[in-house]
Design a protein around this ligand. Sequence first.
Ligand code: GLA
Length: 631
Amino acid sequence: MRSRIRCRLGVALAMVFPAAAIAGPLDPTGQWTANQRGDAPLPPMGWSSWNAFHTDITEENILASADVLVRSQLAAKGYRYIDIDDGWWLKRRQPDGRIIIRTVNFPSAVMPDGNPSFRPLTDKLHAMGLKAGIYSDIGRNSCSQVFDTTAPNQPEGSVIEREIGLYGHVDQDIRLSLGEWGFDLIKVDGCGIRGLPASNPKVQSGLYRAFPPLIDADSLARTDVAAVRLLYGDVADAVARVRPDGHYVYSLCLWGSADVRAWGKDLGSVSRTSEDLSPTWGRMLHNLDTVSRRELYGHPNSWNDADMLFVGSGDFDENHLTEARSHFALWAMVNSPLIIGYDLRHAAPALIHLFGNARVIAVNQDLAGNQATIVFDSDEVQIFVKTLSDGRKAVALFNRSGLPVDATLTAEHLSFTDADDVELTDLWSGATSQFRKERDVHLAPRQTVIFTAHGTRQLPGGLYLAEQPGSVNPAVDGVEVPTPDPLVHRAPLPWLGTHHGGDFPRYGGWGGTRVGRTPYDQPPMVAGQPLSHTIGVLANSRLEVRNAGFSRFSMRIGVDDSTSDRKRSVTFSIYGDGHLLARSRPMRVGDGAQSLTANVAGVKIVELVTVSDGTGGSPISADWGEAALTR
Ligand code: GLA
């Protein structure tokens, strides 16, 4: 009835306002709306200049690492992108606004016509079988201009000549970098719209123009989320125009600010979820945590990016291979891009060996694109499980702490039956072993044990939705007020030390859709009964599910017991390619779980929609429990 009324209303509106958008956000679209533009069906792999050189970059030191990638066979194993980060600009030439490369550091860019070009360098990288990435900023100025006073190779000239960011020059700069120069990837940072208020000493001294900050990385409330999204959307469109062949990667670098969790996946190939990684254990945990509980927000062509690897440096150097392996394995499990950030000229063989572990790389590069989900969570031990395209699982048991820990891996964690053996392959050693029901695993301090596992599926002939996060897009996650995620590990930022009051939760994400938990990290339970394999949502959410040829969808749904609002009810609806397939009766907290099934044969996009009656009140947690797609 409700949809018929909505439909009639829609027709009426369309007659009055033919161009008006008539669909509400919870109306089914029959579409997959997470980004599909560009070319990142797998998490990008490669090397970036930033962690190794900061702005002290030259053509020579970049090509040297590219050369090692090729000679060491790392390129053949997938590390293809060579990304030039901050530090390549000389100025924005006036009056034509063309960006001029610092040719002293990039001699091959000198051109007889006086228009420096990166084309010789990108040609060279392409001829080596590699791809080339470039860096810019969404504002007028770059991160090192805004935040670093000592960085070498800063843009020169007048105030306007030093404005090398995209703001006001999107089309021109994208045509230059991805068109004329032939780059395959662009990373777009956000410091120019974050750090240049009129009060900034660099603004007051006349170095840069003020840009009233759109982002306050410390406060979602003080951030203009819509304006930030608009700017990044303009760049997404410009990139797609310049590269209609679709052969590009658009990398968003907003460090998890501006609620980018909710929309970065709709615009970019990859999207950063946290501040810059530092080579310290605590900051590695921090960056990991900003990605690992966003398992449903990363998919092929819209990956969560935990930042470039720091394997090789600090707590992850060749004398700390346990930590280095953990960092690498966890980035692989959560489908973060594997971008090496080390000066490979000086890499010890053990590091090249680690980067080149084909078994771990294969986990990251698995075609299904399912980010690992957390099947056991605590501040000390975590167990991550990632469903691979051939039905096997990758599983990582991670000791976050500085003390040894005994953990137990169960067949249940893997959604395998207890009745049969589970075969494990250790991804570090290649050794194989078996267990039935459960297996004890001893973890040294900071160790990650990582296996692939083969067993008998609990759900023969199908997959739980909870096993395929790469095919689930929380198009609308029901979060009304973006709130910082309190579960993210807090470690001092090296550049602030203990000068300020300490780190505090600031990355939006709390209340987002989760696998195996409610949005507020509770065990899913309806009317006292635990629900397994649950996608936990807030009411007034819409999930898009790519159906890989399944014909039946069944589940048990209900309002989660953790909900404090006892009055409002929630209706659960299943749509197939935009058409209603099944709908629950209105359910309140305390009502027993209801079974829903739908015939999804031939359906491409299934949508799972929850709608509450009335608004206001506290958020309602709703469970799509035991949601199973079968053939
Ligand atoms: C920001 C980004 C980093 C790097 C630097 C360059 O901090 O998050 O990844 O690009 O800018 O200045």
